[in-house]
Design a protein around this ligand. Sequence first.
Ligand code: NAD
Length: 356
Amino acid sequence: MTKHNPNPSALAMVPFVSVDDMMNIVNTIGPAKMIAEIAEYVEADFKRWDLFDKTPRVASHSKEGVIELMPTSDGETYGFKYVNGHPANMARGFQTVTAFGLLARVDNGYPVLLSEMTILTALRTAATSAIVAKYLAPKNSKIMAMIGNGAQCEFQALAFKEVVGIDTVKLYDVDPQASAKAASNLKSTGLNVIVCDSSQDAVTGADIITTCTADKQCATILTDNMIGSGIHINAIGGDCPGKTELHKDILLRSDIFVEYPPQTRIEGEIQQLADDHAVTQMWQVMTGKAKGRTSENQITLFDSVGFATEDFSALRYIRDQLETTGHYVELDMLADPDDPRDLFGMVTRHKETKSN
Ligand code: NAD
């Protein structure tokens, strides 16, 4: 039987980027440069929004957290991410968020990349926050308050330095050890790092506020009196039903920007508002169909929950780095008999080969 693929065994091998490979890729390219490059991929994919299959992520909730699948396709390539969110994990010595993801060819369904995505999620979340802030934050923003100094924190700080141009980050976390860890990690990045005793102290004088806390409840990390006019809020920690970070009054004073409304209305800060509360989609801003920041006094809020296209963009970026960095192994993950109908024969012949 004729096969269309001249080299079937090569097609059946799937490049796999392990945690070790991902760390090598990040250190080869440099974390700041890599975040800026992923931001370009995220922006490019937002600009071809209509091409993508879009669905709110498929979530399985438990009292400890959530496990989610995030699928999408641009018609040529299909991708998904598996990701968890378990706020109590940190206290048990586990990561709050872990992930892995896959890209596949749409024309034959064969996977073309399997990758760790715990590190990649931090990179893509930071890249997305920063590219969105480029459209929404006040011009010449220099100071960012960073509330919540856990796993995502340093990636966010670096992204805003590289893509937006901030020079100072003011850290606050209820756990002083988290802020000390972040301050130490950010020491040699060129950022001026200030550790603060309260969130009020952190937001004073800031052009941008990033909230990045983890708590499976409606928390109030920022209250209305802390928010002056003209500020940009990058709210990334409220990303699950019943898990928000901002007081509702802040939302009512802000112009709210989102990734994909059907998902954000379930998971974002706007779950506190009426279902028809006006929001603007970032793809519209990026393609010039809607306006971003229009005045100096405007409070802009990016109600980030993380959307499947951003993971797709990040995986696309990693696939494009495989050849130049060489940091991957090939996985024998697809059963691909010479005769596609003879799966059983392939199994039994394998036994014979082994016993010879
Ligand atoms: P993490 O558990 O590593 O860190 C969270 C930090 O928040 C901890 O250091 C904790 O002490 C601190 N914190 C908790 N309550 C606080 C409070 N009231 N004030 C100040 N600090 C407080 O979590 P992480 O991996 O950094 O993720 C942070 C959040 O971002 C999580 O809720 C996660 O689900 C969310 N997240 C969102 C996206 C997105 O695309 N929007 C992507 C990744 C993670």
